[in-house]
Ligand binder design. Structure first.
Ligand code: HEM
Length: 360
């Protein structure tokens, strides 16, 4: 996966440098969806969306539409009957069906071809779909092509918007903290060495880049809340929340709580994620496991978190080693805004990327 992620990230870096040379500053927020879509397509089921090279891709557009449409139905117009009855012949329902059909037909074709190749032992793919097909065969599980396609859809939905939102905030934070860029570049140059090739092993040693991304996720978790149904009564101080209640948990405030992170909890300090960093007094080991909740916690936490971290670190390395990142003086403020399950920067994230020597 690392070579694929590196290739996509490097193509994106070329793309944004070129765009910035022409337009001076760019909104990286919508642009970052392109590489994250390309990456998930290639690594999950070997499909190239060509989103960076062709932003007008029919599937990418269908996906964008479905994301916006789902948020509208769930959060803006939940009481509109057409939001829940998909068979009512409204324009939105028709458009939604069309978008679903576009995506579904591509995924169904991919799954069918792959299952046939696997049966004939002709598949050379090494991606998520290949693993799912092999696992189902080994367990003699009666999984239908539809189930494989459903799973791929879940991964697509869960895995590209979230990472692009997180990366947007990470770049913003780096832009307004040039000292962090200097430290990150120093680490990149030391660890990548002469050949400059990114490998899985080298990524494990990139502690500062990891810390930058974690800190961005801590301050701006893309999914700012989650929910759980209580399986038993929950005593909380002097009240008891009864079993069966749906509890909505603010991941945002857990991540920014002074109790978890100390008095400077609102500040950008990647150092707090480095090994050996001074811990906040009184925080127990159990609390520590649940104080950075961007990927949620427990049994149903994010299954894609390692994937997301790896992808994001590679993108940060690719950009930082070739670009200086600054915020233009006239940039609109970066303002998180809840659009649905995911929050996003309402005014975008306007940045200027200028080329810089690879070894600087
Ligand atoms: C920075 C990027 C990401 C963030 C912040 C994020 C965050 C989350 C959060 C908060 C949840 C909810 C868990 C809960 O309610 O306890 C979740 C679930 C999930 N995520 Fe992610 N995610 C990211 C990237 C990804 C990627 C790249 C994938 C796939 C490759 C993915 C796949 C999933 C799936 C399948 C679930 C549902 C898990 C379940 O219900 O058991 N996520 N994610």
């Amino acid at each position: 996966m690392v070579p694929t992620m590196t290739k996509v990230s490097d193509t994106f870096t070329d793309f944004v440098l070129d765009k910035c040379a022409k337009e001076k500053s760019i909104d990286v927020f919508p642009l970052l969806k392109l590489p994250t879509l390309d990456t998930i397509g290639l690594t999950a089921f070997g499909y190239d969306f060509h989103a960076i090279s062709n932003g007008d891709n029919a599937i990418a557009n269908a996906y964008e539409f479905l994301g916006v449409d789902s948020n509208r139905r769930a959060f803006k117009e939940p009481l509109n009957p057409a939001s829940i009855w998909y068979s009512i012949p409204t324009t939105a329902n028709r458009q939604r069906r069309q978008a679903e059909e576009i995506i579904r037909s591509v995924l169904n074709d991919i799954v069918a071809t792959r299952m046939k190749q696997t049966q004939e032992q002709k598949s050379t793919h090494n991606d998520l779909l290949a693993s799912m097909i092999i696992a189902a065969a080994e367990e003699e599980s009666p999984v239908t092509p539809d189930t494989f396609a459903d799973n791929l859809l879940t991964f697509l939905f869960a895995g590209f918007d979230t990472t692009s939102v997180a990366l947007s905030y990470a770049l913003y934070l780096l832009a307004i903290h040039p000292e962090a860029q200097v430290k990150a570049r120093a680490e990149i140059n030391t660890i990548l060495g002469q050949d400059k090739v990114i490998t899985y092993e080298k990524l494990q040693n990139m502690e500062y880049i990891y810390a930058v991304f974690m800190e961005a996720l801590r301050l701006y978790p893309p999914a700012p809340f989650t929910s759980r149904n209580l399986e038993k009564d929950l005593p909380l101080d002097d009240i008891v929340i009864p079993k069966g209640t749906m509890a909505v948990l603010s991941l945002w405030w857990i991540n920014r709580s002074k109790l978890n992170w100390g008095d400077d909890a609102e500040e950008f300090k990647p150092e707090r994620h480095l090994p050996g960093c001074k811990e906040v007094e009184g925080v127990t080991a159990k609390d520590k496991a649940f104080r950075m909740m961007a990927f949620s916690g427990g049994q149903r936490n994010c299954v894609g978190y390692r994937f997301a971290i790896q992808e994001a670190m590679i993108m940060l390395i690719s950009l930082l080693r070739r670009c200086q990142i600054t915020q233009p003086t006239n940039a609109p403020p970066v303002q998180p805004f809840l659009t649905g399950i995911v929050q996003q920067p309402e005014n975008g994230v306007w940045l200027t990327l200028t080329p810089q020597a690879a070894s600087a």
